[in-house]
Every structure is written in C-alpha cells, then in structure tokens.
Design a protein around this ligand. Structure first.
Ligand code: 5GP
Length: 193
C-alpha cells in the first residue's frame, strides 16, 4: 500500500537491532485517517471472506483493529491482554509470547466468553517480525476452535521470516507494507512489492 510505504519512508526511523520506529502515525500518535485507509484496503483484500470477529493484541493492535472493523460490518474486536500471570481458573484461553521489542516472554489471555467455537476470525496487528505474537494468537484460536481466515498486518519485516512461515503453513497474510531491507546507519528502507 503506497500510502503506508510513503509514511514509513518519510516518518519512520530505523533503530539498531532491526527495529523500525513509526511512533508518529502508528505506535504512539495514531493517524486515524491512515488507519481508515488501511481498514479499507484489508476489506478489499478479504472481500468475500467471512469475518465474524477481529482478534488483535494490546496495545498497538487495538486502534487499527477497531478502525478496520468499521470496514467489516462493524464486527466485534477482541484484543488479547498482556497479563501479569496466567490465571488457571478455566475462564480464559492463555499462552505465552516472546516479545521481539522487549526481549522477554509474557503471558497473554483472552476470555473464553469472547471467542466461540466455529467463529471466523481475522487477526490484525501492527507489526509482523519473527511471528511470535501471531503464533501465540494462533495457539489461542486453535484452542478455542475458531477458524482463522487470515492476517491483516500493517508492517511486515519480510526479512525476519515470520510472514513466510505462516504462508507456508497455508495462512493468508496480507501485509500493507512489506520491508525487504532496512539499514540503521543510512536509514534506507526497501520494500517488497
Ligand atoms: P514478532 O512476534 O512477529 O517477532 O513481533 C511482532 C510484535 O513485536 C509486534 O506486535 C510489535 O509490537 C513488535 N515489533 C516487532 N518488530 C517491531 C518493529 O520493528 N517496530 C515496532 N514498533 N514494533 C515491532
């Protein structure tokens, strides 16, 4: 999506450790008009696909998922919560996710009330790097018995391989910007078309 690629080129900064900072419009300040265009694009890409619910993970996924839902008949958005610890009371689906940016493992939970067996789910997130976050959400979806129709991702760092691993497993991954290379010294960013 050219609009998103242009914003990444002009406002994104490449940090050491393969981290792209896009706080100006995605991860701190939110450009709602851009989110709306992103939602419109996912709706175009997933046209004809049954989507009963959008699943994301806090915090940055929530804003984009909520705006995207407006383009999917206002389906509910459920976000996985980052928990302090996993409460084994049977009321929640839980898993543990390794964070690329924080470099530590953390538990995430979704209440059993909000994911029901047989529902068709679109998973939305801001970034896809190694795929740990999405694999965690997939694990929760498998346990819940929901059907994952695909992934709507804002920024995929293609060189980290998480997206292609999901595609190899047969999942549909629609990333609106897919980074081929980025360089912390020069600030150069190249996209896969
Ligand atoms: P993964 O689990 O695929 O390795 O990483 C995805 C998660 O890590 C995303 O939910 C996002 O929060 C964070 N993340 C990974 N890489 C980046 C990055 O380059 N920039 C930012 N802002 N977040 C990232």
């Amino acid at each position: 999506m050219k609009l998103l690629e242009d914003r990444i080129r002009t406002e994104g900064t490449v940090k050491p450790g393969d981290v792209l900072k896009v706080d100006a419009f995605l991860n701190h300040q939110c450009d709602v008009a851009l989110f709306d265009k992103m939602g419109e694009e996912w709706a175009r890409l997933f046209v004809g696909t049954r989507v009963d619910k959008i699943l994301t993970i806090e915090a940055s996924g929530i804003g984009i998922a909520c705006v995207a839902a407006r383009h999917f008949n206002n389906v509910p958005v459920v976000f996985a919560k980052k928990a302090q610890s996993i409460n084994l009371d049977g009321e929640q689906y839980s898993t543990s996710i390794y964070s690329f940016t924080k470099q530590k493992e953390f538990p995430v939970i979704v209440s059993k009330k909000y994911l029901n067996e047989g529902e068709h789910v679109l998973i939305v997130d801001d970034f896809l790097a190694n795929g740990n976050a999405l694999n965690g959400l997939l694990h929760i979806c498998e346990t819940a018995g929901v059907i994952v129709e695909g992934f709507g991702i804002a920024v995929e760092k293609g060189f980290q391989g998480g997206g292609d691993a999901l595609r190899k497993r047969g999942y549909r991954v629609e990333s609106l910007a897919n980074i081929r290379t980025m360089n912390a010294e020069t600030g150069d960013i190249e996209f896969n078309s």
